[in-house]
Design a protein around this ligand. Structure first.
Ligand code: DC
Length: 219
């Protein structure tokens, strides 16, 4: 079984995907973490994030593995917390825009799904490119104000709200307008606006849709 969840940064995808994966006993697949890993390694090697060929060589040689907790390891080393650093967050849109990088990472994501009982994948193109035939597709959104508020709470920096909001809007713009696999809502995805809802509420909403569709399918 494959559940695919896409949406912009800060819409709550990863918290919701983790909850849904644990309720259904499926593997949580954090696709953004894999692009962050390539970015982290490229920066560590002193490469230019704009250099597609160099970034693709990193994507081809770096060994990426998720542990049982869904945390990503790079050549056997834990990626957290460096994967979430501001330097990586700033450069990842550039690295993930290279077609050659995406081809390699998408193939790995498909291999991970094929070798497990089922996955809950979240990212920007999981409903459109990685798993176009997913059993269930969702598009999670929230206003940029709400997304900035959540990120500021997470970072413990409420005073930086406006800067965080500007960064989020800039990343949305880059993710939605890039030539390769831009962030778009799949035609057959359920759109869910998460403003004012807890992750638990949203997870329940997804699970209700999944079980409703399973009943429909059984008729
Ligand atoms: O979800 P995140 O913030 O960890 O994602 C990091 C970046 O990776 C984000 O700017 C968009 C990119 N990304 C992507 O291009 N495709 C995906 N499937 C997931 C993330």
């Amino acid at each position: 079984m494959i559940l695919a969840i896409d949406g912009p940064a800060g819409a709550g995808k990863s918290t919701v995907a983790k909850l849904v994966a644990s309720r259904l006993g499926l593997t949580f697949l954090d696709t953004g973490a894999m692009y962050r890993a390539v970015t982290l390694e490229a920066l560590r090697l002193g490469l230019d994030p704009a250099d597609g060929a160099a970034c693709a060589r990193v994507a081809a040689s770096l060994k990426l593995e998720f542990d049982a907790q869904g945390k990503l390891h790079l050549d056997g080393r834990p990626g957290e917390p460096a994967l979430r650093s501001p330097e990586v967050t700033r450069a990842v849109s550039q690295v993930s825009a290279h077609a050659a990088v995406r081809e390699l990472i998408v193939a790995q994501q498909q291999r991970i799904a094929a070798s497990s009982r089922g996955v809950v994948a979240e990212g920007r193109d999981t409903t459109t490119v990685v798993f176009p035939r997913a059993d269930h597709k969702f598009f999670l959104t929230a206003s940029s104000h709400e997304r900035a508020r959540r990120r500021a709470l997470e970072l413990g920096t409420p005073q930086a709200l406006e800067q965080i909001r500007a960064d989020i809007e800039e990343r949305d713009r880059k993710d939605s307008t890039r030539a390769v696999s831009p962030l778009v809502k799949a035609r057959d995805a359920h759109e869910i606006l998460t403003d004012g809802k807890s992750a638990e509420d949203v997870a329940q909403q997804l699970l209700a849709i999944v079980s409703g569709q399973a009943r429909e399918g059984a008729r």
